[in-house]
Design a protein around this ligand. Structure first.
Ligand SMILES: Cc1cc2nc3c(=O)[nH]c(=O)nc-3n(C[C@H](O)[C@H](O)[C@H](O)COP(=O)(O)O)c2cc1C
Length: 232
């Protein structure tokens, strides 16, 4: 009887220990997932530069300061690209065909203050960054010199899945390119408003980006915009 009770006690101890280990593992996973999310500072919706001034001053610039850009600047530029401005329906700064939102914006951070170098996906809901890959990955964007010297690059990926399911892949592709134009112009004008510089780029390395970002068959990298400070 004593032996039986002892065996039951040992068995229960083992079971409870295993359950405890599993719970700890789940907690660890959640903690890791949370650590890979970076909350961005809230964007400003008022500035000192008028739209007319920004339009008049916008220019493609390819030579940059070596100074880092700040997380606040990156936050403002990502908001300009795809930030949510109408929370009920999730409508954004840039228009989207039938509000299907095929664009994903990836930040290739090489020299951003308070943000480790890496690739991050911008998550409009909650205005945050999701870490995709650690380390400076700017050489995987392409070989143009400003792709290596810009502290931050925004890579636009079109995911046709949602739009194509309703309008077919041809229309989905057409519209995604139009939307990238809208969004990139927002970023370029915001850069002027922030006293920053950059250039939109179609000459990126599509194959390297496909493998770096592990893009699926319904996804393409379609545009890149650099963000930097002016050279003194
Ligand atoms: C679709 C598109 C693709 C472009 N691709 C590149 C590029 O790969 N590299 C680059 O240095 N500039 C690129 N540019 C920038 C143009 O060279 C630039 O807009 C043009 O020379 C006019 O100058 P501006 O932008 O200062 O008015 C691109 C512009 C557009 C609209």
């Amino acid at each position: 009887m004593v032996i039986r009770s002892t065996l039951i006690l040992i068995l229960m101890t083992v079971v409870f220990s295993l359950v405890g280990i599993q719970i700890n593992r789940a907690d660890d996973k959640e903690a890791t997932a949370q650590q890979s999310v970076t909350s961005l500072p809230a964007p400003e919706t008022k500035g000192k530069v008028s739209v007319e001034e920004a339009l008049a001053k916008r220019r493609s610039v390819r030579t940059y300061s070596t100074e880092p850009v700040t997380l606040q600047q990156v936050s403002q530029l990502l908001w300009a690209a795809q930030g949510i401005t109408e929370p009920t329906k999730g409508l954004r700064t840039a228009p989207s065909a039938v509000a299907t939102y095929p664009l994903r914006v990836y930040l290739f951070a090489g020299n951003v203050k308070d943000l480790p170098a890496g690739v991050y996906e911008y998550i409009p809901k909650g205005h945050k960054l999701q870490l995709v890959m650690e380390g400076d990955q700017r050489t995987n964007v392409g070989s143009q010199p400003q792709m290596q010297t810009a502290p931050a690059l925004f890579v636009y990926v079109a995911d046709y899945t949602n739009t194509a399911s309703r309008f077919g892949k041809d229309k989905a592709k057409e519209w995604a390119f139009v939307e990238a134009g809208h969004s990139a112009q927002n970023v370029l004008l915001e850069e002027v408003a922030l006293g920053m510089i950059g250039v939109p780029m179609g000459g990126f390395d599509a194959d390297k980006l496909r493998s770096t970002l592990k893009l699926g068959e319904n996804q393409d990298a379609i545009y890149v915009v650099s963000a930097a400070l002016k050279k003194e």
